[in-house]
Design a protein around this ligand. Sequence first.
Ligand SMILES: CC(C)(COP(=O)(O)OP(=O)(O)OC[C@H]1O[C@@H](n2cnc3c(N)ncnc32)[C@H](O)[C@@H]1OP(=O)(O)O)[C@@H](O)C(=O)NCCC(=O)NCCS
Length: 203
Amino acid sequence: MPRHTAQASYTTRPLTTDTWGDFAALVEANNGVWGGCWCMGFHPAGFSGGSAEANRENKRALVQRGEVRQILVYDDEQCVGWCQFGTPTDLPNIKNPRAYDKDLDTLPDWRIGCVFTGKGHRRAGVARAAVSGVLEAVAAAGGGVVEAYPEQVESRAPQQGAYFHTGPESLFAELGFERCRRIAKWRWVMRRHVVPDPDARPG
Ligand SMILES: CC(C)(COP(=O)(O)OP(=O)(O)OC[C@H]1O[C@@H](n2cnc3c(N)ncnc32)[C@H](O)[C@@H]1OP(=O)(O)O)[C@@H](O)C(=O)NCCC(=O)NCCS
């Protein structure tokens, strides 16, 4: 059953073999996302497939093996966006790795990979629902430190959506994340601690 979030009319579900078709329909409606990344960049295999078809099959194989943590957002029965998350081992390929490693103290328990909202559904709270759904999933999984790598929004010219594949900083700030350090001109490491949800069913 879909799970209702705090967002008015959206529901969220995890990406599993049951919801693969909904996810695939969203990706295909958006030209594979970036012409065929299929949200593989942060996973250990990255884009090693070398084509949109291979990326799709690599993503599907990960889902079939239960190795993907990704929250899908639904508007009624249509999947309109997602937020990917995982442990640093699940998602090793973050942007600006040298700058990240340079001043790294301790790795987080969780990190947020990419955020995506389908064209035609943007600026209506889908990403907010997706990241909120991730925070609920992290709480259900035992909580811990969650890290995100968003793009700064303020003090720069307006950006097209694609620049924000790790999300806009303002969204994470709104959801309680705080700046830790800068790893690129406009990209920040932000963290938030999530307390475990004592009522969550093990899952
Ligand atoms: C970035 C992105 C995920 C935002 O999704 P969204 O559903 O439109 O975001 P929301 O409506 O939930 O916005 C929440 C907040 O984020 C910020 N925000 C969202 N989009 C923004 C933009 N283009 N510019 C500045 N701030 C933005 C705002 O603070 C916004 O709150 P507000 O609308 O009350 O001002 C979307 O533009 C997108 O998918 N871009 C493409 C990313 C991509 O290529 N991902 C590939 C991953 S493989």
